[in-house]
Design a protein around this ligand. Sequence first.
Ligand SMILES: O=C(O)CCC(=O)C(=O)O
Ligand SMILES: [Fe+2]
Length: 294
Amino acid sequence: MRSETLQAAKDRLAECGARLARDGYCIVEDAVPAALVRQLDEQLAPAFEATPFCEGGFYGSRTKRFGRLLARCPLADAFVRHPLLLGLAEEVLAPWCDTVQLNLTQAIALHPGALPQLPHRDQDMWRGAIGDCEYLVNVMWPFTDYRTDNGATLVWPGSHGAAALAAEPPGGPIVARMRPGSALLFLGSTLHGAGGNASGDIRRGMIVSYCLGWLKPYENQWLAYPPDVARRFDPDLAALVGYCQHRPNLGNFEGQCPSILLGAEIPEWIGAIDALRPDQQDLVEAYVAEQRRE
Ligand SMILES: O=C(O)CCC(=O)C(=O)O
Ligand SMILES: [Fe+2]
């Protein structure tokens, strides 16, 4: 029974991974129970209410956004560390990093009258090479139904990877129609944008975004989750929001893994310890050994 379930999970991962690689996006139906989404939406209701509308044509003046969802609501962890979706993000990004990190969590409310958002590629927040690698993977979790009339995310199939170098996308967009419990995954290189909300109700949802572990994340994770907050997290979640080093030595605190700040006692004096990739470790060891022989 257990191994059958494991096999089913592996099959689903492979199938979604193939669709993501082919189309640049993939909708996963029934990724979590709708009741869990409802609970999260309810717990975030005061924040949706109190947050002012955004300013600027990209964020949208009929749109509300707020981040730090893991600090606001412990339930968010189940979405951020969803085995299938996190597994897919890790699989996409693994060729270019040691570990992935959380890029952002952001709740979004698209109010009636919101205009369609500028179609864009989220990878353009970093000015790296285009078409050679993937920088991030996004997961959009709808809290309400996502429909054509209320501004469901628009996604341009096949606009990812090297196609991001072309002046025009290969065709028109699809409307990511979804119900709460489903999730839309798309690559950082995939052209997309929020649709316009011509309906009378608010489209609510949340983006959970993962990126290469050595990039500067969109949301400053250490400020969103300072040690006093991250101390309450499961160690794997704390690592995902930045309390781990990315080899070699990136994101260290006094030369050590920043997770030392989450322990009960922080040593007054901390010495630096190498945290190298295996290839660098081998090189260093051979170099040191050679000098010792001389
Ligand atoms: O709200 C949406 O459907 C998409 C939002 C988006 O792509 C963004 O803000 O970068
Ligand atoms: Fe976007």
